[in-house]
Design a binder for this molecule. Structure first.
Ligand code: PXL
Length: 433
């Protein structure tokens, strides 16, 4: 997925395009960047601003949009009227999600937009936004109205909506002690999304929110779903904030070890020659559990699975805890008996694949869904648990492969297990390469 970040350079790496590149990479998207200005700043103070010329702004935008299939745009620091109009001209005909983060002042006090550009910001950029994500100060500034109650908050947001942004999210409100609230207003509804608050002054959280927001919208998620996703992403970024300089901390979302390892193995899997022939009708999931998983929520899976697309396999969705039910349930079951087995993948059944797996020296076991008790059949999701436990009741050593040949209306399936995703890939590579 390609996402464009249009914004300023922050040499401290805490905000601006540097932070967006980092966040989008973490989300497994490719960040394209259009630099509106170079700022001089660190974690204590704000220095100079050198805006990009109209000519180089237009060239950057033309280069990006004439080459890449762009699926989402985030706009941060825009600085001048001239830059605003150039962005407007480039984006006005697009029909992809545009997230406008109306950055006005930096945490360390620098003005990120000229006073003379505010009217054009409202006239040219707000109407382009799928969603605008101001904090309290920014809504007050743009709506020219003070917020001191829920009613005045709604009024101010409606002023912004009248300027042309269908959806407005006011981020980081403090309504209750220990809690943070994001106010989400769409054309038809409004709601507060509540999360845990971490009270620290940091550099970068607004940008983390809008980057996660555009990523989620570009994946086709709704405003509400994306707002929840962005809140969680921002919470984790603030939780992991690091003191890199002498001043305030820089937000930083830690890479989850399990997600990272699984992600690498998914890349290896996708690269296996002709592997798309091995994807079943119900698609493939690849999962990795924490040690001693208690539920599927302790297991990372792909929210949208590995999907066959022509002759290739694509990862649809994200790596999420609870992202798989079926394959994750199989791992939960096997892990009860063999604690070191924490990963699995499901592949399309074929008898020739089974004999190749057997010939390669792997321990291959099977169960018969025709023998499944009726009470299990009628209970959604319990078949796999029954099947695996049936196999394990007869196994002293951990099986590498468990398969079944299906039932009426049930697709046959192969599951390959391993200690971790790389171990699973190694087993797959014995027969497919
Ligand atoms: O977080 C707002 C922001 C966005 N873009 C740039 C910045 C800042 C805050 O300092 O410097 C370039």
């Amino acid at each position: 997925m390609n996402i464009v970040s249009i914004g300023g350079s922050d040499p401290s790496g805490g905000a601006g395009i540097q932070s967006d590149v980092k966040d989008l990479q973490l989300l497994d998207a490719h960040a394209l960047t259009v630099v509106t200005a170079i700022t001089g700043q660190n974690t204590s103070k704000f220095g100079l601003i050198q805006p990009s010329s109209k000519k180089i702004m237009k060239d950057q935008l033309d280069m990006i949009f004439s080459d890449f299939k762009v699926e989402g745009v985030k706009i941060g620091m825009v600085y001048s009227s001239e830059i605003i109009k150039t962005i407007h001209n480039s984006l006005k005909k697009l029909s992809i999600p545009i997230v406008l983060d109306p950055v006005i002042k930096s945490t360390t006090g620098g003005m990120l937009i000229k006073n003379s550009a505010i009217n054009d910001f409202k006239k040219y950029l707000i109407p382009l936004a799928t969603v605008i994500t101001p904090n309290k100060f920014e809504v007050e500034f743009l709506s020219k109205s003070k917020i001191n109650s829920k009613k005045s908050l709604k009024n101010s947001v409606e002023i912004i909506q009248k300027l042309g942004s269908k959806n407005v999210i006011v981020t980081g409100l403090s309504l209750e002690k220990g809690k943070i609230a994001d106010f989400v207003k769409t054309e038809k509804n409004h709601e507060f999304i509540i999360g845990r608050k971490i009270s620290t002054k940091n550099h970068g959280s607004g940008g983390n929110y809008s980057a996660a927001m555009v990523f989620s919208l570009a994946q086709g998620k709704s405003i509400t779903e994306s707002a929840k996703f962005a809140q969680k992403f921002t919470f984790e970024s603030i939780k992991g904030a690091q003191k890199r300089g002498k001043g305030i901390t820089i937000t930083h979302k830690k890479i989850d070890k399990l997600q990272n390892l699984l992600s690498k193995s998914i890349t290896n899997f996708i690269e296996i020659k002709d592997i798309s022939d091995r994807i079943p009708e119900c698609q493939t999931n690849f999962v990795f559990a924490k040690e001693l998983p208690k539920s599927v929520n302790d297991i990372v899976g792909i929210s949208g699975r590995l999907v066959k697309s022509g002759n290739s396999v694509i990862k649809a969705g994200n790596l999420e805890y609870g992202g798989s039910t079926h394959v994750a349930t199989a791992v939960l079951e096997i892990n009860k008996k063999f604690k070191n087995i924490r990963s699995a993948i499901n592949l399309k059944y074929s008898s020739s694949v089974i004999s190749k797996l057997e010939k390669s020296g792997l321990v291959v076991k099977s169960y018969d869904r025709l023998k499944e008790p009726k009470r299990i059949k009628n209970k959604e999701g319990s078949s796999i648990q029954w099947g695996i436990s049936d196999v394990l009741s007869k196994s002293k050593t951990p099986p590498d492969v468990i398969y079944h040949k299906g039932d009426i209306g049930k697709e046959p399936m192969i599951l390959i297990f391993g200690e971790d995703p790389q171990a699973v890939i190694k087993k797959i590579s014995k027969v497919f390469s």
